[in-house]
Ligand binder design. Structure first.
Ligand code: SAM
Ligand code: SF4
Length: 342
């Protein structure tokens, strides 16, 4: 007699074909944003229809399914996560996984414009650290880079967040001839205010109305320039991501370098990303993706969702293949960073 195999829901850890455990999930909660940073978006963006976005309940189910499979760190991003209505409701709900000990960290990456309003609520919901992106401390240049932002609003947000007890890491994209000469003073500012800082190399994601080869500034050059002012010593700290860290002797602070165009971090990659429409990208630099919205919406139990996650993780590629092509002038990948959230 043939045996009937009844599928049992597996809560086994997510291990990819290269024996990497997936412990870090980034979720984009919206593709919308109140800014239009020149390296990230075009001036006229067409945003997704709201019904294609996962609801807050669906986002909760999706994140919880990954946490059940061993994800320990969850980062909400976007677009701008804090423009998603009722985001704090989702964060409060997800904080149950912090209380149970299954999740170690619940965090977000934000442009800081809404922080003055939301920081106390975030802190109360169990968020301990956040990343705030800011590329310049010059109000005019800030407006130019973001095409509309008010620097004061972000600085006030940072102050409120620190007063609420949130630890902040500053993310700064290094841009050729734009904020290049300001990076030393930004390091001093960040470290002087008790914040770590990470410099990011531009990535060729999405059409942006501008020439990427004009913006591209290799961090090897930035580091050489910083070393004329500071004594940098390499730290062993690794996060499973593309950041390398140094200690700046003069400020005592930690400085990270994210160089996504190099391949040297893929072997320890521990992360996957989900877009606000429920598309799972197994690698930031590859097109292959899996739809998790259909299994989420097909049934109220999570078996189909777990099966789709398993099938996707079994295809996680070994690494990526970014190029900023000087002849083609096209992005290596057509989706915007605001879709996968960086
Ligand atoms: N709106 C939030 C913010 O700006 O922090 C979260 C989303 S944003 C897409 C996440 C990070 O990606 C930001 O630090 C931003 O500077 C960075 N980013 C956006 N486009 C990028 C690009 N083409 N290359 C490198 N970093 C990029
Ligand atoms: Fe918005 Fe962040 Fe992209 Fe700037 S980097 S346009 S703040 S999503």
């Amino acid at each position: 007699m043939q045996q009937i195999v009844i599928p049992t829901r597996t809560h086994a850890p997510l291990i990819d074909p290269f024996q990497r455990a997936i412990t870090y999930l980034r979720v984009s909660v919206t593709d919308r944003c109140d800014l239009r940073c020149v390296y990230c978006m075009s001036e006229d963006m067409t945003f997704l229809p709201r019904k294609s976005l996962l609801s807050l309940e669906e986002l909760d189910r999706l994140c919880s399914a990954f946490i059940a499979r061993g994800v320990k760190k969850l980062r909400l991003t976007g677009g701008e996560p804090l423009v998603r209505r009722d985001l704090t409701t989702l964060i409060r709900s997800l904080s149950r996984h912090l209380d149970s000990g299954h999740l170690e960290e619940l965090t977000l990456t934000t442009n800081g414009t809404q922080l003055a309003r939301f920081a106390p609520e975030l802190a109360a919901a169990g968020v301990r650290r956040i990343n705030v992106s800011i590329d310049t401390l010059d109000p005019d240049l800030f407006r130019k880079i973001t095409r509309r932002g008010d620097l004061r609003q972000v600085l006030d947000g940072i102050e409120t967040a620190q007063a609420a007890g949130l630890k902040i890491k500053i993310n700064t994209v290094a841009l050729k001839d734009t904020n290049e000469s300001e990076l030393e003073s930004m390091v001093e500012w960040a470290h002087g205010h008790g914040m770590d800082m990470t410099l990011i190399e531009t990535m060729p994601l999405g059409d942006i109305d501008e020439d990427r080869t004009d913006q591209y500034l290799p961090l090897s050059l930035v580091r050489a320039r910083l070393e004329r002012h500071f004594t940098l010593s390499d730290l062993a700290d690794r996060t499973g991501g593309p950041a390398r860290y140094v200690r700046v002797a003069e400020t005592g602070g930690r400085l990270g370098f994210i160089t996504p165009l190099t391949h040297n971090f893929c072997e320890s990659c521990n992360r996957v990303r989900v877009t606000c429409t429920g598309t799972l990208f197994m690698c930031l630099g590859q097109e292959d993706a899996a739809d998790l919205r259909a299994p989420l919406r097909a049934s109220s139990d999570d078996d189909a969702l777990h099966a789709a996650i398993d099938a996707a993780i079994s295809r996680k590629p070994k690494g990526h293949d970014f190029v900023i092509d000087r002849r083609e002038q096209r992005p290596a990948l057509s989706r915007h960073m605001s879709v996968t959230g960086g």
